[in-house]
Design a protein around this ligand. Structure first.
Ligand code: SF4
Length: 219
């Protein structure tokens, strides 16, 4: 299949917008497939859309989005340089936690997004995206501790959810320290790739942006 990455991701987004595989679509205004740089090396995965995200069809808007923007700015990144999505693509009612069946129903979309974007670093935001890569861990114990995948040349980096930090300002110092360490994680993945005896899995198309963002030039 010669479908390029942009087309494939757009096709996934279109499927999400008409998806009825779980009940979360009921009563929502918009699906929130995810947004950002589809050629990025850094992918952020949150939990699920909230009130503002449902209204706008975009992830991490409102106060949580403002805080995520602030965190990105701490390391000289912005939203145009990363891809941001969630484990479920429709808003759970009253912002409740997504249920296991809902996460399973939605999993294929996220799996396909990860495979197509093929990021070097996946930053999980909160418990539910953390559980994809650290199934038995507690966020309070492993936040800021990367796990490196020697086969995919990728790091998984668990962070608190920005909304949790806003609710509990006592987490703010840890959160911001963890975000600053993300640069070290990127450097480690760069070293993994440089030291690899076999080439990392190639990107799936040649549709590269003409001017890679500053931080991404680390790769
Ligand atoms: S949350 Fe995911 S699985 Fe459930 S209806 Fe929305 S897109 Fe489909």
């Amino acid at each position: 299949m010669t479908q390029d990455r942009a087309e494939a991701l757009a096709a996934i987004a279109a499927q999400i917008k008409t998806c009825t595989k779980c009940d979360l679509y009921r009563g929502t205004t918009n699906a929130v497939p995810g947004t950002g740089n589809i050629h990025t090396e850094i992918m952020f995965i949150g939990e699920g859309p909230g009130f503002n995200e449902d209204k706008q069809g975009l992830p991490f808007v409102g106060r949580s989005g403002d805080y995520l923007n602030y965190l990105l700015n701490l390391i000289n990144l912005n939203r145009d340089q990363v891809f941001i999505t969630n484990v479920v693509k429709h808003r759970p009612p009253e912002n409740r936690d997504p249920l296991p069946d809902e996460i399973i129903a939605c999993k294929g979309y996220l799996d396909d997004q990860v495979e197509l974007i093929n990021p070097s670093v996946i930053v999980t935001l909160g418990r539910f995206s953390m559980a994809r890569y650290f199934p038995t861990a507690k966020i309070s114990q492993i936040h800021g501790q990367p796990k490196y995948d020697d086969e995919k040349y990728r790091a998984y980096y668990p962070l608190y959810h920005p909304a949790a930090v806003l609710r509990n300002p006592g987490l703010r110092r840890d959160m911001e320290t963890d975000v600053k360490r993300l640069l070290e994680v990127i450097e480690k993945v760069k070293a993994m790739r440089a030291g690899a005896t076999t080439a990392p899995e190639p990107k799936k198309d040649d549709d590269k942006p003409s001017g890679p963002p500053k931080q991404l030039s680390l790769f």
